[in-house]
Write a protein that binds this ligand. Structure first.
Ligand code: CS2
Ligand code: MG
Length: 403
């Protein structure tokens, strides 16, 4: 029997911080898992190094489901992003190994191809409406079939989702959290106008998305969804914080704008009511934060029963290992909806060499056995970890708001 011989945890910052797990078997097969939790990276690295790696040694790498149950139930303490991200990394690495041992790309192990490509959406943004429109145009010219639009709210200092200059969007950019102002009334007055401007200028021949980023109350979200119905959004994302899943019933009662939720959640139980009561249309849980390929498949299968489709988180703080795993899963599941895609920085792609390819607004997985990603630990060593935090939002009266 092959056994797990070594498990190494790499923390590096090639373009941004990533935590990566590499498992090596007694047969010399390696598997990769992403363990990046933006702003809490070292907690997951320690969870892996101090608590999971010792449990992995000498176990059978082929028993993926059993390993998941062992790490989840064996922790006793349930759920939570740190635990679930660490379990995700192990699970993903074991799928990578299984693919390499079988000589098959991971999507083949998941049941094979359901589609020839994975439709993705790009991130268009602007400091003002004209620059947002230019950005939308640029993505449409690049062949994207779906574009998310975000613009900075005038007079309000910091807005999520808006790139600074020509570089890559990076909200976690300061050594301590940047405290940014937020004004819901200004946003509610402004955001619908730029979504309308996008439709006016470019028409309806592509999917238009928008991320509310947990900024509204349920009734404000209902007002927003109703107001933008004419824009026929593909989705409004995270309209309100979803710890209280019931809150979405109120939004549903008032608007037919589709809803996507899930990027900050880590288990099937966090989205159970949202799915089974059909309170959302797209579930955005990801491989890295929701228990790996094994658990995400379970969430997606539950979602399929209720005609909820997938729409996995794919920002640049998810490593190319997560993107590759997502594209394998997206290729295989029947209820795929859309995949978020923000190309990684050149330094990131120097360290993670990925076989995922973009063409015609779609991603296709590598045909290499496993996930099709290689990690260059030597290159990574040139990019040491840097403390970086996501911002915190404060309302105009100084009180903390959901970022
Ligand atoms: C965003 C993310 O991609 C998205 O939809 O919500 O950019 C999110 O803000 C970051 O991943 C947080 O780390
Ligand atoms: Mg989001």
């Amino acid at each position: 029997m092959s056994r797990i011989e070594r498990a190494e945890v790499f923390v590096a910052s090639p373009g941004r911080n990533f935590v990566t797990l590499r498992i090596t078997t007694s047969d010399g097969v390696t598997g990769l898992g992403d363990a990046t939790l933006n702003g809490r990276e070292l907690a997951v690295a320690s969870y892996l190094r101090d608590h999971l790696v010792p449990l992995l040694i000498d176990r059978d790498p082929a028993r993926i489901e059993d390993m998941w149950q062992f790490l989840y139930k064996g922790a006793y303490w349930r759920r939570g992003p740190v635990t679930m991200t660490a379990i995700s990394a192990v699970d993903t690495a074991l799928w990578d190994i299984k693919g390499k041992v079988a000589g098959l790309p991971v999507y083949q192990l998941l049941g094979g191809r359901s589609r020839h490509g994975v439709t993705v959406y790009a991130h268009a943004s602007g400091a003002d409406v004209p620059s947002l429109l230019d950005d939308v145009e640029r993505f449409l010219e690049l062949g994207y079939r779906a574009v998310r639009a975000q613009a900075a709210v005038p007079e309000v200092g910091g807005t999520y989702g808006v790139r600074k200059g020509a570089g890559i969007y990076e909200p976690a950019s300061t050594a301590l959290p940047d405290e940014q102002p937020w004004d819901t009334d200004a946003y509610l007055g402004f955001a619908p106008t730029y979504l309308e401007a996008v439709r006016e200028r470019f028409g309806f021949g592509f999917h238009l998305l928008h991320d509310v980023h947990h900024r509204l109350t349920p009734i404000e979200a209902a007002q927003f969804g109703k107001r933008v119905e004419g824009c026929r959004l593909f989705w409004m994302e995270d309209p309100t914080p979803a710890e209280n899943q019931e809150a979405f019933r109120l939004i549903r009662r008032h608007t037919t704008t589709p809803i996507a939720v899930g990027e900050v959640f880590s288990s099937i139980w966090d989205v159970q009511q949202l799915i089974t009561e059909q309170l959302i249309d797209y579930v955005r849980t990801t491989v890295v934060h929701a228990g790996g390929i094994t658990h995400l498949r379970r969430i997606f299968d539950l979602a399929a029963l209720y005609q909820v489709r997938t729409g996995s988180h794919g920002a640049t703080d998810l490593s190319p290992v997560t993107l590759a795993a997502a594209v394998h899963l997206d290729t295989a599941v029947p209820n795929f909806g859309i995949q978020e895609y923000m190309p990684h920085a050149p330094e990131t792609l120097e360290v993670f060499r990925s076989g995922v390819r973009f063409a015609d607004g779609m991603l296709v997985p590598s045909e290499e056995p496993g996930l099709g990603v290689e990690y260059d630990a030597e290159a990574a060593a040139r990019f040491p970890y840097q403390p970086r935090y996501l911002p915190v939002a404060r309302r105009l009266d100084g009180s903390v708001h959901d970022w």
